[in-house]
Design a protein around this ligand. Structure first.
Ligand code: ATP
Length: 385
């Protein structure tokens, strides 16, 4: 993962505090559309001030979840609470919620200031109040100098910021963002991600963002929920989700990972040995598998945790654990790192990432080289589901 993570100022992680009350609570929420199950028995707690991302593949139910929070769809069963209040009979316009859609949907015939003030006029606020909120909103997203511009005279990033100001001036307690940065190019996206987090921290509003871009979710969120087929498979901080995935699905969905199928041959409280047909050497993982010997498990190892070398890394290679030998089939040069695709004799392919620490005209390890791969037992993770 190459993106920078913004420094977060949450004084305490409320989800760690058993006394903290969630701001949003979904209790066994299910949603069916004409027999299609879009969400199945989903329970989730989100705390005030969080930047929570819902991450998942196409059709897994992310937008349905947002639309139910906003009140555009009603759950088929289960309950949604916002700030302790049951939302079952609360229409969208009475919820303390604003939704920012994928397409910014700025009115093309209105200037920036008319766009931002539109919702406030509808609320019939006083002129003074509208002016104040408009000035503050535009300043927050650094668009004060663009009041008289029309949407077509703005860049994609600027339009996105105007749309954000338009949502924020309504002073919602909860802002729902549906793929807000989807149409921005990579550089602008990265800059806008950091801006969005800074603004969110400054206004202190709870944000829930839907995305299928894992890097974006990892960079911006306090926590994220990984969804599959209408269910949340894991909720955690970006670090927890990446380093301690709870299933093959989550491990595979977030970042890339090498997966080795095997059988547990020994399990102690702080170490597990796994024999895999994929590898000639045994795998050691520095945590318990919590399943009996003989059980089928998968061991996951992230590519950046694997060392690659043309010479044996350990003196006594035949005693080694967590190692493999293969031939470099391909190299992906990404500038900051290179990803090596190494084929073992049995055809299994392993990915290993190496940082390009010095500038070289040639790769230190190159195509068709015979290489040794090695990783430490702390870097393996046992997945039982
Ligand atoms: P994407 O990333 O592609 O936008 P998503 O995760 O947001 O996907 P949803 O839009 O929530 O997915 O859809 C979840 C499931 O519910 C899909 O199978 C979809 O076809 C179905 N669905 C959503 N809305 C409706 C509807 N109004 N009528 C019928 N089926 C629907």
């Amino acid at each position: 993962m190459a993106s920078k993570s913004p420094k977060r100022n949450l004084k305490m992680e409320p989800w760690q505090d058993p006394k903290a009350k969630p701001y949003i609570r979904l209790e066994n929420v299910s949603k069916e559309f004409d027999g299609v199950v879009a969400m199945s028995n989903l329970s989730l707690s989100i705390y005030q001030g969080e930047f929570f991302s819902i991450l998942g593949g196409s059709g897994c139910g992310k937008t349905t979840l947002l639309r139910m929070l906003a009140g555009f769809e009603a759950p088929t069963s289960g309950k949604i609470f916002i700030d302790g209040m049951d939302m079952s009979h609360i229409p969208p316009y009475e919820r303390p919620v604003n939704m920012m859609f994928q397409s910014y949907a700025l009115f093309p015939h209105m200037t920036v200031e008319q766009n931002v003030a539109f919702g406030l006029k509808q609320e019939k606020l006083s002129r003074k109040e509208i002016k104040e909120r408009l000035e503050n909103g535009l300043e927050l997203v650094q668009m004060s100098g663009y009041k008289k511009r029309m949407p077509h005279q703005l860049s994609g990033g600027q339009r996105q910021r105007v749309a954000l100001a338009r949502s924020l001036v309504k002073q919602p307690k909860l802002l729902l963002l549906d793929e807000p940065l989807a149409s921005l190019d990579k550089k602008l996206k990265e800059r806008t991600q950091l801006e969005l987090v800074t603004i969110q921290e400054r206004v202190g509003i709870t944000f829930i963002m839907v995305s299928h871009d894992q890097e974006e979710s990892m960079t911006m969120s306090t926590r994220l929920g990984v969804m599959e087929e209408g269910q949340i498979r894991q909720v955690g901080t970006p670090h927890e989700i990446y380093e301690f995935p709870n299933s093959r699905f989550v491990a595979d969905f977030i970042g890339s990972i090498n997966l080795f199928e095997g059988i547990v041959v020994e399990d102690t409280p702080d170490s597990t040995l796994v024999q895999s047909e994929d590898l000639s050497h045994v795998l050691r993982v520095s945590h318990s598998a919590t399943v009996p010997p003989g059980a089928q498990v998968t061991v996951g190892v992230r590519p950046e945790k694997i060392k690659i070398s043309r010479t044996p890394i350990l003196a006594k290679e035949d005693l080694a654990e967590n190692m493999a030998q293969g031939i470099v089939h391909d190299i992906e040069y990404l500038g900051d790192v290179s990803i090596y695709h190494v084929d073992l004799r049995n055809g299994k392919r392993i990915l290993a990432t190496m940082p390009n620490l010095v500038r070289l005209t040639e790769q230190p390890v190159t195509w068709d080289d015979k290489v040794y791969l090695y990783w430490q037992s702390e870097n393996g993770i046992i997945l039982t589901t």
